[in-house]
Design a protein around this ligand. Structure first.
Ligand code: HEM
Length: 137
């Protein structure tokens, strides 16, 4: 874990101070039991321990993802904007830059979500390609 602090001024010249805590994936991976559950979603780390009993989708799905990258399963469900807003309450920091890779969409993500995202894009590209071929025959 490392906390980086930065200060500067915004576009209106006001002083701004910010800090972000970085977690290595191996630290996140240890928080994988009902006693303590952390998840990674889009390169951010969330401590969802106190959310376990409140999650409308149940605790089982959170436990399955505990300690790992839940980006794909979070997106697959098609969570509402309310659900995305709720994420803020559980945010504790970002994944350490050394554990992130750039994706083809220009965004950084962990190896796991990167790999799956690349596959999804390739699969869809192929689908479009074959549709195109069929249409042109
Ligand atoms: C901190 C992370 C999460 C938050 C804040 C969250 C929040 C919510 C909320 C508010 C709902 C109600 C429906 C909606 O508003 O979209 C919901 C439903 C659900 N969530 Fe999550 N969720 C999180 C993570 C996950 C993960 C990692 C999974 C993994 C599969 C998951 C699976 C589901 C399912 C299956 C439902 C039920 C959908 C339905 O019955 O229509 N959620 N979640």
């Amino acid at each position: 874990m490392a906390t980086v602090e930065a200060s500067g001024s915004d576009e209106k010249g006001r002083d701004v101070e910010t800090s972000v805590t970085y977690y290595r994936l191996e630290e996140v991976a240890k928080r994988n039991s009902p006693k303590e559950i952390w998840l990674v979603i889009h390169g951010r780390v969330y401590d969802v321990t106190r959310f376990l009993n409140e999650h409308p989708g149940g605790e089982e799905v959170l436990l399955e993802q505990a300690g790992g990258d839940a980006t794909e399963s979070f997106e697959d469900v098609g969570h509402s904007s309310d659900a995305r807003e709720m994420l803020k309450q559980y945010y504790i920091g970002d994944v350490h830059p050394n554990d992130l890779k750039p994706g083809s969409d220009g965004k950084y993500s962990t190896d796991k979500s990167f790999g799956e995202m690349t596959f999804a894009i390739t699969g869809f590209d192929l689908f479009l390609f074959f549709k195109e071929v069929r249409l042109s025959l």
